[in-house]
Design a protein around this ligand. Sequence first.
Ligand SMILES: [Zn+2]
Length: 289
Amino acid sequence: MRRLINADKGLVLLATAPHQGLKTLTTVMFNTADRFTRDFSGVEDVQKPYEVIENITTTKYDSAKGETPMKVLPDVFFKEPKVLLIRDMVDLESWKLCCEEVNNDRLIITTVRSADAVSAIINVLSQGVDATLFANAITSVITQRLVRRLCEDCKEEVEVTNPQIIQAFKLDPKHPKWFVKHIHEPVAEGERDYYVPCTDCRDIGYKGRVAVFDVLEINDEIRQIIAADVDLASKEAALRKKAAESGQEGYWVDGKRLVREGVTDYDEMRRVMAENQTRRPTPQKRPAS
Ligand SMILES: [Zn+2]
């Protein structure tokens, strides 16, 4: 991710589903980026102020007055920034200009509400952005979901017996164990329950959250699919097929590691994956131009 955010030129999409920490993702990525040897600029809506990031000059427009980023973008680009952060790309004109500016050796970073990398691409295209222009500009998509951390005080180590799971999660075949949320076995009627609830997590079993990432680097094959003159549903299917063929495990790359390390558990990873799957917005038809 550090390499992608420090690229010389391109268009980087940062995306999460609602309430999955898009602000934090953006801030963390920017704190990771080299802001001291390159000129960074930001464009934002005065109605949606974000936390200040050191060494970024931000130019503001006011959506309450009907203004869009285009009110300030031409002036911002005139100052020749190397990197531009524009969080809310609200109109086609801004998309067009930003995609074109990639050709002037600039890195444009923008944010989208989407549950995974392929959905982020489809989301942008569904806004009516020119597919060829966008395909030529985009270089990577970084998406994030949040999973709950297991409570360190009450998580339990259990043996894993399913051979496929042991293999998929690269558990030690001699001692296949992992951690799960604490289990409170109900006692038989008439017996005394000695269970003491965990005060650290209020007996929820989880405390705090940690991010898992899905990173898609755009290569020429993916670029061709994005630019293809087909409907969005076919395009999405082709992108997912291509990602699957190239062995893209998406969020599970991080997820499996976190489960193996006992940071979260398998049930929590599955919950987060299933929950956001149903929340994925259905792509809209491209408006007639
Ligand atoms: Zn606990």
